[in-house]
Design a protein around this ligand. Structure first.
Ligand code: IMP
Ligand code: MG
Length: 185
């Protein structure tokens, strides 16, 4: 389906549906191999990772469980505030579990470092990070991404779960938002 109403605000597409799908399947296959014989819990960081998450879990051939966490880090601007707050915590305990955190994009890295240390304090057996996108230019903290889809340039990207002001999450490709859209606000 051509989403022309959404695409008119996009400067250029970085990754189309097929490229994203191939990357997600590759990560799913790697997780399946790495966790052979285990039952990891895959944690979706809402809302940005939701689209990636639902595709990724179906690319994993293991008896996983899932859980959800919501964190605030971005208000409506395009810059991270550095302030991280849990808006919705996990439903189930992760103590003794092999945890895979699933995130849409690692930008400054502050959000994920916070989540990672919070979960480590709960006594997980192991913890790994799967991120569809990596924006290394803006990293403010050391963070290793165990499963990564793509690196992106230092631009504001939307689609496939990623938003600007809560919009564009349903765009099926990933693209760079036109500057005039966020500079007008
Ligand atoms: P960090 O704490 O700076 O790594 O921020 C990570 C969060 O910021 C991600 O989960 C996204 O929600 C958001 N974010 C960072 N860069 C972008 C972007 O280019 N587009 C949309 N959201 C972004
Ligand atoms: Mg997010």
């Amino acid at each position: 389906m051509k989403q022309e109403i959404l695409l008119k605000d996009i400067d250029h597409i970085l990754f189309d549906e097929d490229e994203i799908s191939a990357a997600v399947k590759k990560i799913g296959k790697k997780i399946t191999e790495d966790y052979n014989g285990k039952t990891p819990v895959m944690i979706c960081i809402l809302k940005g990772a939701s689209v990636f998450f639902t595709d990724l879990i179906r690319a994993v051939n293991l008896p996983i469980t899932i859980d959800f966490m919501a964190i605030s880090s971005y208000g409506s601007s395009t810059q991270t505030s550095g302030v991280v707050r849990i808006l919705k915590d996990l439903d189930n305990s992760v103590t003794g579990k092999d945890v895979i955190i699933v995130e849409d994009i690692i930008d400054s890295g502050l959000t994920l470092s916070y989540i990672k240390s919070t979960l480590e304090q709960r006594g997980v057996a192991s913890i790994k990070i799967a991120a569809l996108l990596d924006k290394p230019a803006r990293r403010q903290t050391e963070l290793s991404i165990d499963y990564k889809g793509f690196s992106v340039p230092n631009e504001f990207v939307v689609g496939y779960g990623l938003d600007y002001n809560e919009k564009y999450r349903n765009l099926s490709s990933i693209g760079v938002l036109k500057r005039e859209i966020y500079e007008a606000n």
